[in-house]
Design a protein around this ligand. Structure first.
Ligand code: PRP
Ligand code: MG
Length: 221
């Protein structure tokens, strides 16, 4: 069989904020990623450490890659981790990066408070079905959940839903689409996740990375 030599450790990241905000942590471990994912179409990125490669996957796929050993470790948002369930993942560290929140938002002209008070059944569009289900169940609000994969803000504008459950960071997307945040469900940041078998088999290099990341996170104000 023709196999390609694989570096000792594979780290799964997603493009955008998680990739960008993981770079300083890698740098603290003396590691630079040798290609820019915004310029290259490559999905496997070599690093200055021949024993570590980065693979680029969709944000929602990071826990799955790590769970099944397609990557030894990964960086993923708490939101994504909750939706995945976290099975098979060791979660040693909150990296405190890519911070945002999960919130409920509605059209500015929708009276959410009275709809809830009157016990109305709400149509809620979201990518975060588990988070939304648990949140509204705990409040005793009946909801019909509509699963979407992006552009959630469009749902209340088109009549698809009364409300959305989505990530809010600057709030600019809500504002640009005339939506208002009516509940904050939880604060989000990204975590390091590790494949449990890899942690045993590749203990030394993985522990080293966890140690450096931990020191760097603790030293960051
Ligand atoms: C995310 C999120 C919000 C927006 C929040 O969307 O779903 O729409 O960013 O950021 P803000 O508060 O700073 O405006 P993203 O751009 O990732 O697209 P998607 O939801 O279509 O995947
Ligand atoms: Mg969005």
């Amino acid at each position: 069989m023709n196999t390609v030599a694989k570096p000792a450790i594979t780290l799964a990241l997603s493009k955008g904020r998680i990739f960008d905000e993981t770079l300083p942590l890698l740098k603290a471990a003396g590691i630079t990623v040798l290609e820019d994912p915004e310029k290259s179409r490559k999905l496997i990125l070599p690093t200055s450490n021949p024993d570590l490669q980065v693979v680029l996957v969709r944000a929602s796929d990071v826990p799955t890659y790590v769970q099944y050993g397609g990557a030894d470790l990964g960086v993923t948002g708490k939101d994504t981790l909750i939706e995945h369930g976290g099975q098979g993942l060791y979660q040693p560290l909150d990296l405190q990066i890519a911070r945002c929140r999960v919130s409920v938002a509605v059209r500015a002209d929708f009276d959410y408070a009275s709809a809830v008070r009157q016990g109305a059944r709400l149509k809620v569009a979201t990518k975060y079905v588990s988070i939304a289900r648990d949140f509204f169940a705990a409040k005793g609000v009946h909801v019909d959940l509509i699963k979407l994969y992006g552009s959630m803000e469009l749902a209340p504008l088109t009549g698809l839903a009364d409300a959305i459950v989505d990530l809010v960071s600057t709030g600019n997307t809500l504002k640009a689409n005339h939506l208002v945040e009516v509940e904050r469900i939880m604060d989000i940041s990204s975590r390091l996740v590790v494949n449990q078998a890899a942690l045993k088999l590749k203990q030394e290099p993985i522990r080293h990375l966890i140690d450096v990341f931990t020191k760097t996170v603790n030293a960051t104000p």
